[in-house]
Design a protein around this ligand. Structure first.
Ligand code: EPU
Length: 350
């Protein structure tokens, strides 16, 4: 496994930011990863190692002074089976949506709502990816990860992953010592209509629109996947065409009083229930209300807010990471000023 020097990361991040890595290599086997962790020379030359999946949830704001390791472990294996379920182990370097597509083709239920989310399988647990009423934690059994200091594999049960909304142990200090090598998902064999989750309003409407002649009791995971793909394609920019990393901010959870106050001025303010004392307000709505949808950082900048989804920041060509960051800071300040709500970034900023 060869280490390349001074490599542009532009092809390796979906924001298409031209940051450089001091060193860059690709690992395709667990032993390769163990070797690179153990190499004395590597440790001296590159004390800092950065693990990269498909770069779909990161904003590089400067060059990476260290070794970027592109995760390319591959493979899918059924490791357990009951009359109704399958436990499938998928290697970290597999593409997430290929795994979903494969599951739907095999008629294994559980992943269809998470269709078309960009990124690798190994990155999925880090932020507990979620969409249209489902989060990864709903289907995850465990995560296998390698300890950086020893090269040993450790298994994290679902509970040990301590998942939250776009959060897990792997985002916190204790988890950063580990490199995810595979995940085990529990999928349903031959799912019925009762196994589907079509609770997300926009999703239900899309299934009806796409399949007007299919009765609701005949819906399958393939219908759900088709509707999720169509909804995402209509709203979210394709990173192969316009640089972006999906939702830039998290949807903030606010106390009920805050929401009531906001509703006083904006009776149409949308919300999602969280518990008796709190709701989530879609950050995209607040950003749009502040007038940001479709706006550029300035007349000459390629850093902009997507015109169909204000929660998504885009690079129309030559934006730097610093410009996207500057735009995000201006957005944050205006939401704070108008709504008194602080937005947290969902994308990792480096
Ligand atoms: N909205 C606006 N204007 C906008 C965007 C949204 O008014 O420009 C309001 C609308 O009221 C809309 C509501 O926000 O009904 C929700 O919008 P949408 O369904 O597009 O979802 P979201 O809350 O913006 C979240 C996730 C997405 C996920 C969708 C669908 C986060 C940070 N984002 O977005 O995840 O696909 O729900 O479940 O939770 C991602 O994490 O990168 C991502 C794309």
């Amino acid at each position: 496994m060869e280490i390349q020097r001074n490599i542009s990361l532009q092809p390796y991040n979906t924001f298409a930011i031209d940051a450089k890595a001091d060193g860059f290599c690709t690992v395709s086997a667990v032993e390769e990863l163990q070797n690179i962790l153990a190499q004395e020379q590597r440790r001296r030359e590159f004390p800092f190692m950065f693990i990269l999946g498909e770069g779909s949830n990161i904003l590089f704001t400067k060059d990476v002074g260290g070794l970027v390791v592109k995760m390319a472990l591959r493979g899918t294996m059924i490791i357990r089976e009951t009359a109704t379920t399958l436990d499938v182990e998928i290697a970290a370097g597999e593409n997430w949506d290929s795994a979903v597509q494969n599951a739907v083709a095999e008629n294994w239920g559980g992943l269809e709502n998470l269709s078309l989310i960009p990124g690798s399988v190994g990155a999925a647990p880090v932020q507990n990816i979620g969409a249209y009423g489902i989060e990864l934690q709903n289907v995850l059994v465990c995560v296998q990860a390698m300890e950086r200091s020893t090269g040993e594999i450790r298994i994290f049960s679902k509970e040990e992953c301590s998942f939250g909304y776009r959060d897990s142990i792997f985002k916190r200090e204790e988890g950063k010592e580990y490199i995810i090598t595979s995940v085990v998902l529990r999928l349903r064999k031959n799912p019925t209509v009762h196994d589907l989750n079509t609770s997300y309003g926009a999703l239900r409407q899309e299934i009806v629109r796409l399949f007007p002649s299919v009765k609701a009791e005949e819906y399958t995971i393939a219908h759900v996947r088709a509707a999720v793909c169509a909804t995402r394609q209509a709203k979210l920019p394709n990173p192969a065409i316009i640089g972006n990393a999906g939702s830039f901010f998290k949807n903030p959870t606010v106390p009920l009083e805050t929401y009531t106050r906001i509703k006083g001025t904006y009776p149409q303010a949308p919300s999602f229930p969280v518990n008796a004392e709190a709701v989530k307000i879609p950050a995209g709505w607040m950003i749009e209300e502040c007038g940001w949808r479709g706006k550029h950082l300035n007349a000459t900048s390629d850093a902009a807010v997507h015109d169909k989804q204000a929660l998504v920041l885009v690079n129309h060509g030559k934006a730097s990471g610093a410009e996207i960051l500057e735009l995000s800071q201006q957005i944050r300040a205006s939401v704070e000023e108008r709504f008194g709500v602080t937005l947290e970034t969902e994308v990792n900023i480096r």
